[in-house]
Design a protein around this ligand. Structure first.
Ligand code: FAD
Length: 196
C-alpha cells in the first residue's frame, strides 16, 4: 500500500487529505499535528486566537468539505452559538464568525473525513501533539522523525502543509486583537473624536 504522510492538519492538510481519500486505490495515510488537536489550523486555534477575533472568510467562500460551514453552524446547539456571540436565528453564508468556531468546524470535518476514508478502505493514522522534526530520504523511502523518534512507517510521499512561519518579532503583532495593538494614546484620541 502506498504510504503518504501529511505534516500539518490546517486547511491545507485537510484538503490534501480529502483529495487523497478520493483515490480509488487504498492508501496508508498518516496525519501529523503538533498541536494537541488535529484539524484546527493555526489562525483558528485557542493557542493563537481568542473569542473576539473574527475570521475574514465566510461560508460562501470556503470550499465545502463534508458539510458547508453554514450547514455545520445551523446544526450546532443554540447555546454553543450564543456562547460565541452568534444569533442562531440569524445565520447566513456571508457572515464572519469567530476564528475559534471556524477551527472547530475544520476539526469536525477532518474527523468526519477520517471515518469516511477508513470506511472506503484507506488506513489512516492520526498523530496529534506530534511535531515532525525531520524527513530523511533513504533507499527504501522517506523516514519521518518526530519528538519521540523515527516513525515506524517508511513513506513514499510526504506532504508539508505546515502553514506560515513568522519571524519571532512579528508574531505578537499578528496574533493580537486590534484592541491590544492600538496604542492607548490613539484610542484616547478616538474616544475624544467620538464624544466631540
Ligand atoms: C493571524 C492570522 C489570521 C488569519 N486569518 C485568516 C482568516 O480569517 N481567513 C482566512 O481565509 N485566512 C486567514 N489566515 C490565512 C490562513 O493562514 C489560512 O487561511 C490557513 O490557515 C492556511 O492553512 P494552512 O493549512 O496552510 O496553514 P495553518 O492553518 O497554519 O496550518 C498548519 C498546521 O501545521 C501544523 N504544523 C506546523 N508545523 C508542524 C510540524 N513540524 N509538525 C506537525 N505539525 C505542524 C500547525 O500546528 C498547524 O495546525 C490567517 C493567517 C494568520 C497568520
Amino acid at each position: 500500500m502506498t504510504a503518504v504522510a501529511i505534516v500539518g492538519t490546517g486547511p491545507m492538510g485537510i484538503y490534501t487529505f480529502r483529495a487523497l481519500c478520493a483515490k480509488p486505490q487504498p492508501l496508508h495515510i498518516w496525519l501529523f499535528e503538533k498541536y494537541s488537536k488535529a484539524g484546527i489550523g493555526m489562525p483558528y486555534s485557542p493557542e493563537t486566537a481568542s473569542k473576539s477575533m473574527l475570521a475574514n472568510i465566510a461560508s460562501i467562500e470556503i470550499p465545502s468539505l463534508s458539510d458547508t460551514y453554514l450547514d455545520w453552524l445551523q446544526a450546532q446547539p443554540k447555546a454553543r452559538l450564543r456562547g460565541y456571540g452568534l444569533d442562531p436565528t440569524d445565520l447566513d453564508d456571508r457572515q464572519f464568525t469567530p476564528r475559534l468556531l471556524l477551527g472547530e468546524y475544520f476539526r469536525d470535518q477532518l474527523m468526519a473525513l477520517v471515518q469516511t476514508a477508513r470506511s472506503a478502505g484507506h488506513a489512516v493514522v492520526v498523530r496529534e501533539g506530534t511535531e515532525v522534526l525531520d524527513i530523511r530520504p533513504t533507499g527504501a523511502g522517506l523516514i519521518v522523525r518526530t519528538g519521540s523518534g523515527d516513525v515506524e512507517e517508511v513513506f513514499d510521499r510526504v506532504v508539508l502543509a505546515t502553514g506560515h512561519v513568522f519571524p519571532d518579532s512579528e508574531v505578537g503583532v499578528s496574533m493580537q486583537p486590534v484592541s491590544a495593538t492600538v496604542p492607548s494614546a490613539t484610542k484616547e484620541k478616538a474616544r475624544e473624536r467620538a464624544s466631540a
